[in-house]
Design a protein around this ligand. Sequence first.
Ligand code: T46
Length: 141
Amino acid sequence: MQVVKYVFQPHGDDRGQLVALEEMKDIPFRIKRVYYMYDTGAGVTRGYHAHKSLEQILICIHGSCKIRLDNGKEKKVIPLEKPYEGLYVSNAMWREMFDFSPDAVLMVLASELYDEADYIRNYDEFLAYIRDNENKENEKE
Ligand code: T46
């Protein structure tokens, strides 16, 4: 599995740091939604789902957390601990977010508006969805 991590350009001077993110430039899609999570309890794991279409960039803008990505064949854990790093999470990718530091703020830039119908919240359904997609691709060849 290829993990795509973006390192954004901080504009630092003697006042501190500033990171600017523009759609289709720093972020590879049009940003339709921004949300963030904070005050995540100790030992909490969030996520446990995949998306059919949604693409996202996850940025831990304060503190740290870890993201487990699973494409149905391989799993990888990616630490997020720098406010200038963004993890790209494609569609059809199971994700779990965990090991949040008490001060963690995880911000997400999303390519679509919120749509519950885009979620796959059952792991077996996720695996079946991946298999179906592969079969469709094989039929095309
Ligand atoms: C994802 C990971 C990284 C909304 O009303 N609008 C929104 O845009 C979002 C994202 C959530 N909500 C509501 C739905 C639930 O009642 O907020 C509540 C918590 O959402 P959820 O349980 O889906 O949160 P996570 O942390 O499990 O997952 C979220 C995103 O939903 C998901 O798309 O990829 O963060």
